[in-house]
Design a protein around this ligand. Structure first.
Ligand code: MSP
Length: 645
């Protein structure tokens, strides 16, 4: 059985976890669940980085000892992982003896082999980054090149790892191993860094300055630099120096997930450390982008830190996992907002997947007494849908191997949309009316079978919801890709159960504005690091667009929705039809300004209740946050009800 070992970064315990931590850990969980489904011997490691200045400082601020700070904060991470359904095989804390022992062993070994030496050091130290810089590294005189905060000048004796020795080897290794650093542009970033001469790495801190760390085995006046200590967790956790069989098994196929900010430590320090120790570099180091809040970095001082526990509690764990994985195009930055969350949830999960399930289930209950019908001869349209589903299975498997889950998920949701179109095309309700029961049975079988495969494909992303979907179809158990590859897994006659709504629609107070904002933000974040005109993951097909019916509408009357600041109720004329829309534009328009305008609406949006008031459709507006402009037509007497396309 082939092995697959995956790690997340180990998180600092100076503060509680945020959405960035949650993203990497969920990504790791989903990737390893897929590999388990591929029948591999999987080991998934996460943990906490508990030494160093950051933790010492946080402890002092909280009037705690460093270990008390660690013990209190580690629980926040462990509880969050439990809540988010993370199935890690191990959780390593760098304060555990099993880890410290190996760090000491590595240090002693390198020291004995003269790969660590003592020297006087003069440099600039960045406290938040816990890194030393030389004069030429600094920006604007004295600022850290990474975080742009002022550095402190320091002169002291320290221990150094002979990292410079491995520069040529590392450059050559990166160039000859295209999968070593992903995405490829991050490999170029590291190669760019390696254009300058690589310096030896300072791996000690005098206790007089920092006491919270692992003491050097050959000099008790010093503790080990936190990064040198932390990186070793990847080998100490699987038994390096203690359990050679276990270590060999997993080290030969190890993949590290990291954020782009810790690229240098992972793609320069770590491979050179491994080379010195006599170990192979990891197979892959995958650097993902950052979650931004709007366009800003998340930070405590800005007060925009997203708490994953709150999100999971408010919207459900599986929906949160789905959003994080599908919204971030792997490698690039992504923008987080609750509005973007709700927009994606409503579109992919409530409309596409949830709707497809309730259609298949309701029709099976109504016409086949709740039992999966036996399929007859397949027609072209049935085979086409099965074809698209089979493509989604292949795409998902490929995306797992390439660590590009967002692409696989996109294809699976594409198959769900195709299934909804299939329902429109085959019109089972008409078949029932005409009494064509055999054909109806085939259609419902194909629809349910498609749902079975889709649910299997999405099970690692949304374990609980997909188990519920499968249970509804009368199926249980975990799937392997092999089970999903062949349509025909559902057994005719199997009883299914009724389900209300797998993903009930979520209604935000003012649904129009965020959607417009979301689109621009998403696009900008993607454009930042992509040169393509339409970044991948953002492009939609003409079929997707064709599903949206845009129409002109004339505003007949407007009043405020009682008890709200933001909402207006608009009475519209849409051709010969009258309808009502609720919209969050009260801050921007007075009711009397709106009457008579010809606006653009999405006419085929499912009706929803907003603050108890029925809303049939949605108007289009461009919003910047503090400005808003309705989309109108440029001829004031233009008729209403006219399709736009
Ligand atoms: N302790 C080190 C890692 C040592 S690994 C041997 C560390 N810890 S951290 O807690 O600060 O960050 C852990 C991870 O979270 C990093 O990969 C970092 O990129 C990621 N994130 C922190 N903020 C983030 C976002 N806003 N968005 C996505 N991930 C980000 O670094």
């Amino acid at each position: 059985m082939s092995s697959f070992y995956l790690t997340t970064p180990i998180y600092y315990v100076n503060d509680k976890p945020h959405i960035g931590h949650a993203y990497t850990t969920i990504l790791g969980d989903v990737v390893t669940r897929y590999h388990r489904a591929m029948g591999e011997d999987v080991w998934f490691l996460t943990g906490t980085d508990e030494h160093g200045q950051k933790v010492q400082k946080a402890a002092a601020e909280h009037n705690m000892t460093p270990i008390e700070q660690c013990d209190t904060t580690v629980v926040r991470f462990q509880e969050l992982w439990k809540k988010l359904g993370i199935k890690n095989d191990d959780f390593i804390r760098t304060t555990e003896e099993r880890h410290k022992e190996i760090v000491r062993k590595v240090l002693q070994d390198l020291y004995d082999r003269d790969l660590i030496y003592k020297a006087e050091y003069q440099g600039h130290y960045c406290v938040p980054c816990e890194r030393f810089f030389t004069d030429k590294d600094l920006v604007d005189g004295n600022l850290c090149p990474d975080c742009h905060r002022p550095t402190n000048e320091i002169v002291e004796s320290n221990y150094f790892f002979r990292m410079s020795r491995y520069q040529e080897w590392l450059i050559d290794y990166i160039k000859t191993h295209p999968d070593f650093i992903l995405p490829a542009y991050r490999a170029n970033e590291t190669l760019g860094f390696l254009k300058k001469p690589l310096e030896d790495l300072c791996i000690s801190r005098p206790k007089s300055r920092l006491s919270w760390g692992i003491e050097l085995p050959f000099d008790k006046e010093y503790v080990c630099y936190v990064w040198f200590d932390a990186l070793i967790n990847y080998i100490s956790a699987i038994g390096y120096g203690k359990d050679p069989a276990n270590f060999e098994k997993y080290w030969k196929n190890v993949h590290h997930l990291i954020g782009k900010d810790i690229l240098t430590t992972h793609t320069v320090y770590w491979p050179t450390m491994l080379k010195a120790i006599g170990l192979e570099p990891p197979q892959t180091i995958l650097a993902h982008g950052w979650w931004l809040i709007g366009k800003d970095k998340m930070s405590k001082s800005r007060g925009n830190v997203v708490n994953p526990m709150d999100m999971a509690e408010k919207y459900g764990v599986d929906a949160f996992r789905y959003f994080l994985l599908s919204e971030m195009s792997l490698g690039q930055d992504a923008s987080f907002s609750e509005e973007a969350f709700v927009a994606r949830y409503n579109s992919d999960l409530a409309n596409d997947l949830g709707n497809m399930l309730s259609r298949a289930v309701k029709l099976t209950i109504r016409y086949f007494d709740g039992k999966i019908p036996a399929p007859g001869i397949l027609e072209m349209v049935d085979k086409q849908l099965y074809g698209q589903v089979a493509e989604a299975v292949d795409a998902m498997e490929k995306s797992v191997r390439e660590l590009r889950l967002d692409r696989g998920i996109e294809q699976v949701i594409g198959a769900v949309r195709a299934a909804n179109r299939y329902m429109e095309q085959t019109a089972p309700w008409t078949l029932a009316k005409k009494g064509e029961m055999e054909r109806l049975g085939t259609v419902l079988y194909v629809a349910s079978e498609t749902l079975r495969i889709v649910a299997g494909l999405l099970q690692p992303v949304m374990p609980e919801k997909m188990a519920l979907l499968l249970k509804t179809l009368g199926v249980s158990g975990e799937f392997s890709f092999e089970d999903l590859r062949n349509a025909g897994g559902l057994v005719p006659g199997q009883r299914i159960s009724d389900i209300d709504a797998l993903f009930p629609r979520i209604q935000l107070e003012s649904p129009e504005l965020p959607k417009a904002e979301k689109k621009t933000e998403q696009k900008k974040a993607a454009e930042d690091s992509s040169k393509a005109a339409v970044p991948e993951g953002v492009a939609i097909s003409i079929d997707d667009f064709a599903k949206v019916q845009l129409k002109t509408a004339k505003i007949l009357a407007v009043d405020k929705v009682e008890g709200t600041e933001k909402l207006l109720r608009l009475q519209l004329e849409v051709g010969s039809e009258k309808r009502q829309i609720v919209s969050g534009i009260a801050k921007f328009y007075k009711p009397e300004e709106l009457v008579g305008k010809i606006i653009v609406i999405i006419a085929n949006l499912k009706p929803a209740k907003i603050r108890g008031v029925e809303s049939c459709g949605m108007l289009l507006a461009a919003g910047t946050g503090d400005r808003l402009s309705l989309v109108t037509v440029d001829q004031p007497d233009f008729p209403s009800g006219v399709p736009i396309g």
